[in-house]
Design a binder for this molecule. Structure first.
Ligand SMILES: [Zn+2]
Length: 519
């Protein structure tokens, strides 16, 4: 295909995606209203696969033994390109969109306080626009859409790899919400992780009448935490570890016969993560010994530290420059600035409350000092160590926010999210077209993957052959909140937007003269 022809198709794709803005907005708002936690993304997966099925995709549900996971394939022959994004939300992050202070739709309910409601709408928009062109131009190749289920638990992508769903895939483009349009390559300095739950079992007794007959599982949890917290002093500063007590007993007058604690262990390399995993087991065993309780443990999730593909990222960045950032309205900027002020979250450290990004980010290169450590993990990394992979960040959220927080949900069903998705869909569709019509990009991508990325580092899964996806997670929380949340599912047949359905004036910001501090 000539460069002129490719340029013409790119212009056509961009126009088509602009025409689909209403469709993208509906998907973003709909998934926002579902607000489903990891492994419980039942409505979200049904909604997305129904759309894809209607558009000629072949669906395989329940992949890797995970009920809410799927693949949707369309096309024929090679190359096979995977397109993914996460779909789960955050506990206690329920929040009215477009309102620049804490105002939950349902108090205590889950909500999209990470913005995972926007990535699949972006992918679906991009892929359907591209499909029209591939059909007409008879461009060979196959597209496979897939969801990051339970990304917050880093709990599925290693299983997709282990169970062979990426075996014949030539490349993967993943999308993740951010506050700018951009991508990166190499080692971005992120940490990998293994997540382990330890369960202790002792003996109940009357805590007042016969405490000497009890063996407290809660004591074991506390002693394990004390042991780990002393151990911290002697660990390298690149580590991050944190825990929650998932079961601390029932009531004070019963010596807890059962208790459990859930840890995330994060480090910069596979051997260091495995060392933390072994240290955790050793300390848990010691706590069990001290308290004469029994200890069992279960791996609930894992992720490698990521490494993204350079030739693909460079190809993507050329398209990002063509697309550029969305045009923000005054209302968008008012909401963004008011929220940054409310949260005392400057746009960047040391800057003011400057609102939404107005200058495009640079192509992010490998971190100069990757040992700086810290930060989050993303199990897309497990895909990235098995085939050339990049992550497209798109500007559907407000810069500077804390993350995993109700504040990060505020933009996610507003014009900010919608415009960010449209921009991201263009960058993705243009890059997918490049991958299908310019075989040299894939060739270079594999050369980088084989000769640079995996030259000295080989992928060994953090999960074992017998570990199973923790599909029971979040079941109870969703059972508690879903009946009430159903009343707020978005109905696009009656309302143009979710903001309209909820009766929210956009933007809603504090009236500084009349209102007090905090809500
Ligand atoms: Zn995420």
């Amino acid at each position: 295909m000539t460069p002129a022809k490719i340029d013409a198709l790119k212009t056509e794709l961009t126009k088509e995606i602009d025409k689909q803005q209403k469709f993208s907005q509906e998907m973003v708002d709909m998934i926002f209203s579902f607000g489903e936690l990891g492994f419980q993304e039942v409505e979200t997966s049904k909604y997305l696969t129904d759309i894809l099925k209607k558009n000629g995709f072949t669906i395989e549900m329940g992949i890797a033994g995970i009920p809410t996971a799927w693949t949707a394939k369309w096309g024929s022959g090679k190359p096979l390109i995977a397109v993914g994004s996460d779909i789960d939300c955050i506990p206690k992050a329920s929040q009215k969109p477009g309102v620049a202070y804490h105002d939950p739709i349902i108090e205590g309910a889950p909500g999209h306080g990470e913005g995972h409601n926007s990535g699949q709408p972006l992918n679906v928009t991009a892929v359907l626009a591209l499909k029209k062109i591939m059909e007409r131009e008879k461009i060979p190749g196959t597209i496979m859409l897939w969801p990051g289920v339970a990304e917050e638990q880093l709990a599925t992508k290693a299983y997709f790899v282990r169970d062979g769903y990426f075996k014949n895939v030539d490349a993967c483009i993943f999308t993740h919400v951010g506050s700018n349009l951009g991508t990166s390559y190499g080692d971005g300095g992120m940490v990998g992780m293994i997540s382990v739950q330890y369960k202790f079992e002792g003996q109940a007794s009357h805590a007042g009448g016969a405490p000497w007959r009890g063996k407290s599982a809660l004591d074991a949890v506390e002693l394990m935490n004390i042991g780990w917290n002393y151990h911290r002093e002697h660990m390298e500063p690149t580590q991050r570890s944190h825990y929650v007590v998932t079961d601390g007993g029932d009531q004070p007058n019963v010596v807890p016969s059962k208790a459990s604690v859930w840890y995330y262990f994060r480090e910069r390399s596979y051997p260091k993560i495995m060392q933390m995993y072994k240290d955790g087991i050793r300390i848990a065993e010691a706590a069990a010994k001290m308290t004469e309780t029994k200890m069992t443990y279960e791996v609930l999730g894992s992720a490698w530290p990521g490494h993204m593909n350079q030739p693909m990222a460079e190809a993507m960045y050329e398209n990002i420059k063509m697309v550029g950032l969305p045009k923000w309205s005054e209302a968008d900027q008012t909401l963004a600035k008011a929220l940054q002020k409310e949260m005392q979250s400057p746009t960047e450290p040391g800057k003011g409350f400057e609102g939404l990004s107005t200058s495009l980010s640079q192509l992010r290169k490998p971190a100069a000092t990757p040992s700086a450590g810290g930060g989050g993990s993303d199990d897309i990394a497990d895909i990235s160590w098995n085939l050339p992979t990049i992550v497209l960040g798109y500007p559907s959220n407000i810069p500077g926010l804390p993350g995993h927080h109700w504040a990060n949900a505020i933009a996610m069903a507003t014009p900010i999210a919608h415009k960010g998705v449209t921009a991201g869909a263009k960058a993705e569709a243009l890059t997918l077209l490049d991958l299908f019509v310019k075989p040299e990009i894939l060739k270079n991508a594999w050369t980088y993957f084989n000769d640079v990325q995996t030259k000295d580092t080989k992928y060994t899964p953090l999960i074992s052959k017998t570990d199973k996806p923790a599909i029971q997670l979040n079941k109870k929380i969703m059972e508690e909140f879903r009946p009430e949340m159903k009343k707020y599912y978005y109905d696009p047949s009656k309302y143009a937007t979710y903001l309209e359905q909820l009766g929210i004036k956009y933007p809603t910001v504090r009236d500084e003269k009349t209102s007090g501090v905090g809500k």
